[in-house]
Design a protein around this ligand. Sequence first.
Ligand SMILES: Nc1ncnc2c1ncn2[C@@H]1O[C@H](COP(=O)(O)OP(=O)(O)O)[C@@H](O)[C@H]1O
Ligand SMILES: [Mg+2]
Length: 264
Amino acid sequence: MDQPADIILAIENLSLGFRGLKALDGVGLSARKGETISVIGPNGAGKTCLINCITGYYRPREGCILYRGRNIIGMKPHQIARLGIGRTFQDPTTFPHMKGLDILMAGRYLHTRTSLLEGLLFFGRSRAEELASRQRVEEIVAFARIEEVRKVPVLAMTYGQRKQVEIARVMAMGPGLVLLDEPMSGLDEFMKEVVNELILDMRQRNITIILIEHDMRAVMELSDRVVVLDHGKKIAEGTPTEIMRDEQVAEAYLGGLSYEREAA
Ligand SMILES: Nc1ncnc2c1ncn2[C@@H]1O[C@H](COP(=O)(O)OP(=O)(O)O)[C@@H](O)[C@H]1O
Ligand SMILES: [Mg+2]
């Protein structure tokens, strides 16, 4: 493939099927370093499937996914995470007994260079890394406003707090590419604003972001480009303004009414 050097993610002709259903049908998408690309579309359009393919949870039937020029199809989720691809889950309930701070530290360790064995052999270096990690994690805790759940297990957190911790966990990884699956769904206006700031901070750090989100105000504000999926197919791509004016897109959303209301 002939691509500019700063392409972080390049997806071509991606297809995924479940028995008779085409969850993804020939989807293509690319993201440059530091870009935020939103993926929108009605429920069941294939948005989460797309993230599951990129992160190794689903294996596509056809197509190719290159991360920094390297084909990642067939790799396991933990191998893909190690490459620096972080994701959040739509309804985060993984590790129900882990406490807020431990989740962030675990996310961080995935990415520090020191392996467990190395850490035992070269205590000095890993101690320095540990200190740096703790410092960065505390920074993120403050920024994500999750101080009150540092010592609270996931089970005892509110839904909103779980979503906050989920984003903070991915930030703690120090990722190169982040995939956010409806990070604002179910949050009140205040929490949405906090999440908005977290995403803006990632943008400022030049992290490439794929954002799945129904909140059109956030999509308009945060995205460089918007990709629209419907029934597994990409039906439109453009700047947020272009997409808002696209009639086919409006049609995919219940005659466009929900769209205009959200944008107002
Ligand atoms: N593991 C699965 N088995 C069967 N069908 C699935 C599975 N995962 C997703 N699907 C189907 O694929 C389609 C796209 O789902 P999804 O990507 O979750 O949509 P959304 O755009 O709402 O995130 C839906 O019809 C969904 O029911
Ligand atoms: Mg989904």
